[in-house]
Design a protein around this ligand. Sequence first.
Ligand code: GLY
Ligand code: MN
Ligand code: MN
Length: 441
Amino acid sequence: MNAPLDPRSALTPRLDRRSRLAAAMGSGVAVIATAPERTRNRDVQHPFRFDSYFHYLTGFTEPEAVVVIIAGATPRSLLFCREKDLDREIWDGYRVGPALAAAEYGFGEAHPIAALDTLLPKLLADQPALFADIGTDAAWDARIIGWLNAVRAQARTGVTAPGEIRDIRRLLDEMRLVKDAHELDTMRRAATISADAHRRAMATTRPGLFEYQVEAELLHEFVRRGARFAAYPSIVASGPNACVLHYVENTRRLDAGDLLLIDAGCELDGYASDITRTFPVSGRFTAPQRDIYELVLASQAAAIDAVKPGNHWEQPHEAALAVLVRGFIDLGLCQGSPEAVIESGDYRRFYMHRTGHWLGLDVHDVGDYKRDGAWRPLEPGMTLTVEPGCYIRPGEGVPEAFWNIGVRIEDDVAVTPAGCEVITATTPKTVADIEALVGSA
Ligand code: GLY
Ligand code: MN
Ligand code: MN
């Protein structure tokens, strides 16, 4: 059984991340809040999801918390969090409280969140720079400006306010882009749960079910294994719905002749997985469905082969595109030479998205794709998706046999020194493996 990690078991990597961040800052103070709580509707909150940057540095999962990192010769980290409060704990549940949080989460100091307005102007006094993620939340921006003004108001006592406000994301995005061993371990666990959820969905699918009933099988497996949330709304798209890239209604009834495209992944201890599989509802591909499926599968294999250190970000996409375009021409979907079809962009009628994205704490994770105008070289520890597809809407000049076929095949990969590791590899994807599993439950 794949139990979620206790975030507190991951203290060492988080202490390491805080000290690496302080070193990258050089000097100054970083202030990073967790996410705000949001109302869903009267008296009901959305399930709380911590801020990804905050979680990366702290592992602390309660709402109303802020981490402060002071760089310099002797870097310091402080946590602000909710105080113990018996009445609130009776109604809403356990709070760690500052004293225990300092010990368990590795902070030299922890304070009640209510002390933030008093203490932050003191911590910012005479510091050269304030690092924050300005622009994410207007209410948070206003508080930061308030603290800076509180320091400026002390000017006549000889105190100076930070002369620079710097974007902490420039530093943290670079760090988050290359995963450490703890992150890779968590992502492998998330990937395994999602792979098993896709297996469960394939095994239980049969004509006549509604898409949401297949979604329920995915969620059942996620939650049963300790991954309490999906990393993003699950796409369970049958028949023509597979050609709607962000279809999330999941309300159609499955027909025997349909393909079913499922794009679903769990979030485990904050880390996303992101898998797509496409399979026939009846358990047998028709000939045109199989032609398109095998083409997308071959394009994905070519893209995965191109994920290795030394190659740059765009090379897996270029490899997938070369295979897809040759296939589109062979199947009569596009006309002309491969070079002409790529040059004109005609292939975009059937393949209109890119072949992947960074993956991590956020499903579309942080990190630049280009540096100084050039595609970024792949490095060990980077994690990304490889997800080519083909979506054929009915239309003039499009062979009718292919109408309404939508196929995407998506795996999660980690770049290794020798190439890459497909961490979602146990999700069936050959025609034979899929046909053996679908409807077998
Ligand atoms: N599930 C979101 C994506 O594939 O990018
Ligand atoms: Mn994806
Ligand atoms: Mn996806």
